[in-house]
Design a protein around this ligand. Structure first.
Ligand code: PEP
Ligand code: MN
Length: 352
C-alpha cells in the first residue's frame, strides 16, 4: 500500500510516518512527486493495516497498490523516472541511443566502433565482455580484457559504457569499469544477481526474458528497486513465438503497455528482437513511434567478421541513417502528441 501525504505535510510529519512504518516491521520507500510525498509500505505479502497511518498528521490517504509490482508501478510514482548515466538522461524528452558491437573482440575493433557510433550520433557505447552464449563452444567474450577495452573506448570518445554482468561474482569487476550494468534476457530471473545489483548505486539496463510476461519483467525490476537501487532502465528485446522467420518477435505492444504500467524508462533492442540487419531500422522506427525512450543497437564495421551476432549488426553508415530517421520520428511524435494533447486530455491506458 502507499501513504499519500498532504500537499502541506511538514518534514516532521513524513519522518513520523516513516518511523511508524518501520516500527511495524515494513520497509518505507519515499517518492518525492512534483506536488506531494508518497510513501510505499513494502513488506511480505501480509497486510499492513491502513488504520495504523490514516490518523497521523500530514497523511492525506492510504491506498492499496493494486499491482503485484509496487515500486516500479506508476501508481506509486506517477511521473517518469529519469535515469542518468554519465550525463546521458533516460526517460526525459530526448531519446537515448546506445550502440556498439555484440561482443568486445579486440582493442582496435572497440576503438574503431566507438568512434564510428559517436560520429553517427550515439549517446552510449555497448559491448559484451562476458557473453551468454547458447553453445559452450561459441566465443565466450574476453572477460576483464574486454572491460579494459571498453573503458579505453570511453576515455577516447566520452561515451558512457554499458556491459553485461552474468553472475554475482562478476558484479565487483564489472562495476569497476562500466557506467551501467546490463542484465541480459537469460538472467532476467537470476534473483541473486538482481539482488546483487539492487545493492549497488550504479544504473542497470534490465532486458526482458525471452519468455517473460510483462508482469514478471516488472517484478524482476522490483527486485532491484526493492534493494534500494532506483536507477533501472527496461529493455524489450523480442520474445519467443511460433514464428521462425525472425530470431525473435518484437513485442511492440510492450512499449505502450510498459509506459502505462511503470515510471521506468523503456528501450527497445531491434537487433536481438529481429536477428537480421535488414529489419533493424524499420523496427527501430516503430519503437520510437510507439513511445520508446531509446534504442540499443548492435553495430560492427565488418559484420561478416563479427565473433557474435554479425547477421543482425548494422554497418556504421547504416546506423548513421537509422539515427537520422528515428530522430525525425521522435520529433514528429513529440509535436503531434503535443498538438493532440493541447486539444483534449490524454486518456489513461490500462497496464499489466
Ligand atoms: C546482448 O545485448 O548482448 C544480449 C546478449 O542480449 P539478450 O540478453 O537480450 O539476448
Ligand atoms: Mn548480441
Amino acid at each position: 500500500m502507499m501513504i499519500v501525504m498532504r500537499r502541506d505535510a511538514r518534514p516532521q510529519d513524513v519522518e513520523r510516518v516513516l518511523a511508524r512504518v518501520q516500527d511495524l516491521g515494513f520497509t518505507p520507500h519515499v517518492s518525492h512527486g512534483q506536488e506531494r510525498v508518497v510513501i510505499g509500505v513494502i513488506g511480505e505479502a501480509r497486510r499492513a493495516d491502513p488504520g495504523a497511518f490514516v490518523h497521523l498528521p500530514g497523511v492525506a490517504r492510504v491506498v492499496p497498490i493494486s499491482r503485484p509490482y509496487k515500486l516500479s508501478s506508476r501508481e506509486f510514482h506517477p511521473n517518469n523516472s529519469i535515469v542518468e548515466v554519465g550525463g546521458v538522461r533516460f526517460g526525459g524528452d530526448d531519446i537515448v541511443l546506445i550502440a556498439g558491437p555484440c561482443s568486445v573482440e579486440s582493442r582496435s575493433q572497440m576503438l574503431e566502433i566507438a568512434h564510428a557510433v559517436k560520429e553517427a550520433g550515439a549517446h552510449m557505447l555497448r559491448g559484451g565482455a562476458f557473453k551468454p552464449r547458447t553453445s559452450p563452444y561459441s566465443f565466450q567474450g574476453l572477460g576483464e580484457e574486454g572491460l579494459r577495452y571498453l573503458a579505453e573506448a570511453r576515455e577516447a570518445t566520452g561515451l558512457p559504457v554499458v556491459t553485461e554482468v552474468m553472475a554475482v561474482d562478476q558484479v565487483d569487476l564489472v562495476a569497476e569499469y562500466a557506467d551501467m550494468f546490463q542484465i541480459g534476457a537469460r538472467n532476467m530471473q537470476n534473483f541473486a544477481l538482481l539482488k546483487a545489483v539492487g545493492a549497488r548505486r550504479k544504473p542497470v539496463l534490465l532486458k526482458r526474458g525471452m519468455s517473460a510476461t510483462l508482469s514478471e519483467f516488472l517484478l524482476a525490476a522490483e527486485y532491484i528497486l526493492a534493494g534500494g537501487n532506483r536507477q533501472v532502465v527496461l529493455c524489450e528485446r523480442g520474445i519467443r513465438t511460433f514464428e521462425p522467420s525472425t530470431r525473435n518477435t518484437t513485442d511492440i505492444n510492450a512499449i505502450p503497455v510498459l509506459k502505462a504500467s511503470t515510471h521506468l524508462p523503456v528501450l527497445l533492442d531491434p537487433s536481438h528482437s529481429t536477428g537480421h540487419w535488414a529489419y533493424v531500422t524499420p523496427i527501430a522506427r516503430a519503437a520510437i513511434a510507439a513511445g520508446a525512450d531509446g534504442l540499443i543497437v548492435e553495430v560492427h564495421p565488418r559484420p561478416e567478421e563479427a565473433l557474435s551476432d554479425g547477421a543482425q549488426s548494422l554497418k556504421p553508415e547504416r546506423f548513421a541513417q537509422l539515427v537520422r530517421e528515428v530522430r525525425a520520428i521522435a520529433a514528429l511524435v513529440r509535436s503531434a502528441t503535443a498538438e493532440v494533447l493541447a486539444g483534449k486530455p490524454a486518456g489513461s491506458a490500462p497496464g499489466v
